[in-house]
Ligand binder design. Structure first.
Ligand code: NAD
Length: 257
C-alpha cells in the first residue's frame, strides 16, 4: 500500500501514538506534518529524522490544539492536507465532584473540539484535491466508560459522534471519516505510571501490566503504535474507500466484554 504523493497532518505527534502513526505513514510514502504545542529543536529534529529515514518530506508545526485559532492555523500552514489524523489528547482522572473545571475544559478542547476545528479547515483542501481521509484517534472510552474519566469519556464519545457527521456530510465525495478506538497502548505516558503502581500495590511489573493496566483488555497485551499506524494506513487505502462513519477497535477485545 502506497501513500506516495499524499500529505498527512497528525496532531499531537511528537510522542506516543501520534509519532508512531507518523512513522508508519512515512514508511508507506506519505509526506507528514508533525505537531504539538511545544517548539523545541527536538521537535523539528524528529521531523528531519523521519524525512531522512523514509525519503519523504516531513515538517514540524507548533500549534496548541487547545486553541481554535491554532487548530485552523496548523492546517493553513500545512498548505496541503490529504489525510488528517486527529490524535492530540490528554487525560485527567478524578471523581466528578472533584474534577477541576480547568481540566474539564482542557480535555474537551484538546481531545474533542480540536478535531472540529482542524476538520473544518481541512475539508476544503480535501475537496480541492478530490480525495481525503479524516481519521480520529478516539479510544475504547469513545464506546464505553470507566469511573473518574468524565471529561475523557465525554470527549471521546463526542469525537465518535462527530466522525459520523463528517462521514455523512462527505458521503458522496471521495472522502471518508472514521474513528480508531484503541485500548491500552504502551506509550511513554502509560510506561511512566508503572513504577508508582508497582509500589502502590506491591506488585511486579508483569502483575501491574496484566492485573491493573490490562485488567479490561482480554488479550492481556498492549496494542502497539505500529498497529495503530497500520490501521490508519489501511483506512487510507483503496480497500477502505467505502468504510466511512464507523469505528475500528484496536483493543484486544475490551469492547467485546
Ligand atoms: P502521549 O501523551 O504520548 O501523546 C499525546 C500527544 O498529544 C503528545 O504528542 C502531546 O505533545 C500532544 N498534545 C498534548 N496537548 C497538546 C496540545 N494542547 N496541542 C497539541 N498537542 C498536544 O499520549 P498517547 O498515549 O500517545 O495518546 C495519543 C492519543 O491516543 C490521545 O488522543 C489519547 O487519548 C489516545 N489514546 C491513547 C491510549 C493509550 O493507552 N495510550 C488509548 C486510547 C486512546
Amino acid at each position: 500500500m502506497s501513500l506516495n504523493g499524499k500529505t498527512a497532518v497528525i496532531t499531537g505527534s511528537n510522542s506516543g501514538i501520534g509519532l508512531g502513526i507518523a512513522r508508519e505513514m512515512a514508511k508507506a510514502g506519505a509526506d507528514v506534518i508533525l505537531n504539538s504545542y511545544t517548539d523545541n529543536d527536538e521537535d523539528h529534529a524528529l521531523a528531519a529524522e523521519i524525512a531522512k529515514e523514509h525519503g519523504v518530506k516531513a515538517r514540524y508545526i507548533a500549534a496548541d490544539m487547545s486553541k481554535a485559532d491554532d487548530c485552523r492555523r496548523l492546517i493553513e500552514d500545512a498548505g496541503v492536507c490529504d489525510i488528517l489524523v486527529n490524535n492530540a489528547g490528554i487525560q485527567h482522572v478524578a471523581p466528578i465532584e472533584e474534577f477541576p473545571t480547568g481540566k474539564w475544559d482542557a480535555i474537551i478542547a484538546i481531545n474533542m473540539s480540536s478535531a472540529f476545528h482542524t476538520t473544518a479547515a481541512a475539508l476544503p483542501m480535501m475537496r480541492k484535491a478530490g480525495w481525503g481521509r479524516v481519521v480520529n484517534i478516539a479510544s475504547a472510552h469513545g464506546l464505553t466508560a470507566s469511573p473518574y474519566k468524565s471529561a475523557y469519556v465525554a470527549a471521546k464519545h463526542g469525537v465518535v459522534g462527530m466522525t459520523k457527521v463528517v462521514a455523512l456530510e462527505t458521503a458522496q465525495e471521495p472522502i471518508t471519516a472514521n474513528a480508531i478506538c484503541p485500548g491500552y497502548v504502551l506509550t511513554p505516558l502509560v510506561e511512566e505510571q508503572i513504577p508508582d503502581t508497582m509500589k502502590e500495590y506491591d506488585m511486579t511489573r508483569d502483575e501491574v501490566v496484566k492485573n491493573v493496566l490490562l485488567k479490561r483488555q482480554p488479550s492481556k497485551e498492549f496494542a502497539t503504535v505500529e498497529q495503530l499506524g497500520g490501521t490508519v494506513n489501511f483506512l487510507c487505502s483503496d480497500s477502505a474507500a467505502q468504510i466511512t462513519g464507523t469505528t475500528i477497535s484496536v483493543d484486544g477485545g475490551w469492547t467485546a466484554l
